[in-house]
Design a binder for this molecule. Structure first.
Ligand SMILES: Cc1cc2nc3c(=O)[nH]c(=O)nc-3n(C[C@H](O)[C@H](O)[C@H](O)COP(=O)(O)OP(=O)(O)OC[C@H]3O[C@@H](n4cnc5c(N)ncnc54)[C@H](O)[C@@H]3O)c2cc1C
Length: 284
């Protein structure tokens, strides 16, 4: 009898995992939908306490925007949702609970739910390409974009005092892997950033710079169709001058893997060039 009374009083709990596009928009929608439902509570668990607008991430890497322009605090966005900042470690479906860890000391916490929304996003797919996972900078999080910007500047600084032409060439070679939206936007932003910075480095000239985009499909930007993809290739080629390369078009995965392993991509990365992986993503 007592148990029944408790159950009737207990609020239904919706737990949303992930504070990206999926999680935040689900929370905003549910917040509105259930505004008059006092018997329902919504909690959102995410690694960071902010929402990141990924389509503008490349602009952080290229110093076109400040960080605060592309992040929005979750607590500001979601006034009626309980925000829990922490790492989701385990989802226990049979017992309807989620195990998370929080804070510097990794405090463990169990969260019970009645309904669960999983919106934890994806991880970068390196396609098992040799060297890429160890050497490339991914382009997915705010930290990645900040790291990329710092690394580009480090390369310019080092190239400016490097006397060995081969080493300097290597330092001034930038390869972006992946010709989807993220890769194309990143390579264009990187190209503009480096070219605008070059006049401040007296020992460096534009002729020393090599910027490449490596893509495995028939044309870049497959989401836009082949003719627009080819048009974008031409526009990029003009901006990079002669330094645009699109390799192993349409190759089977195994062939592509071999070509890439022995191509300029691996060689440049191995010799100190900078490679950014903005490849397609796979579910995490
Ligand atoms: C550089 C870049 C540019 C892009 N440009 C475009 C574009 O122009 N147009 C477009 O439509 N799409 C674009 N995308 C793709 C778009 O960002 C994704 O489709 C979208 O973010 C997917 O939303 P999501 O909620 O599934 O995942 P995400 O937005 O990645 O959100 C996942 C959330 O879960 C959190 N999380 C993950 N694991 C854990 C864990 N274990 N514990 C706690 N929290 C966790 C993450 O911190 C994150 O907050 C771009 C992506 C990138 C990387």
């Amino acid at each position: 009898m007592i148990v029944q009374v408790k159950r009737r009083l207990r609020k239904k709990r919706i737990v949303i995992l992930g504070g990206g596009f999926g999680g935040v928009y689900a929370a905003i929608h549910l917040e509105k939908l259930l505004a008059r439902q006092s018997a329902v509570e919504i909690s959102l668990v995410s690694r960071d306490n902010f929402f990141l607008f990924t389509p503008m991430l490349h602009e952080i890497a290229a110093s076109d925007l400040e960080i605060t322009n592309i992040v929005n605090p979750l607590r500001k966005l979601l006034r009626k949702v309980e925000v829990l900042v922490g790492e989701v470690n385990e989802i226990d479906l049979p017992n309807k609970r989620v195990l998370i860890s929080r804070g510097y000391r990794n405090h463990s916490q169990e969260i019970d739910y009645d309904h669960l929304v999983i919106a934890l996003g994806s991880i970068t797919n390196f396609y098992d390409i040799l060297g890429l996972i160890d050497l490339a900078v991914p382009m997915k999080s705010l930290r990645d974009a900040i790291q990329l910007r710092a690394q580009i500047l480090r390369h310019l600084e080092e190239a400016n005092f490097e006397c060995n032409p081969a080493e300097r060439q290597s330092l001034l070679t930038f390869v972006v892997a992946g010709g989807g939206f993220a890769g194309v936007e990143t390579v264009a932003a990187l190209n503009d950033f480096v070219r605008e910075a070059l006049p401040f480095y007296p020992a460096l000239g534009e002729d020393m710079l090599r910027v490449m985009l490596v893509h495995s499909g028939r044309a870049i930007l497959p989401e836009l169709g082949e003719s627009l993809g080819r048009y974008s290739e031409k526009v990029l080629e003009k901006r990079f001058h002669h330094c645009f390369a699109s390799v192993c078009k349409g190759a089977r995965p195994i062939t592509r893997k071999r070509i890439l392993a022995s191509s300029r991509l691996a060689q440049r990365v191995g010799r100190g060039g900078l490679c950014v992986c903005a490849g397609h993503q796979k579910s995490g």
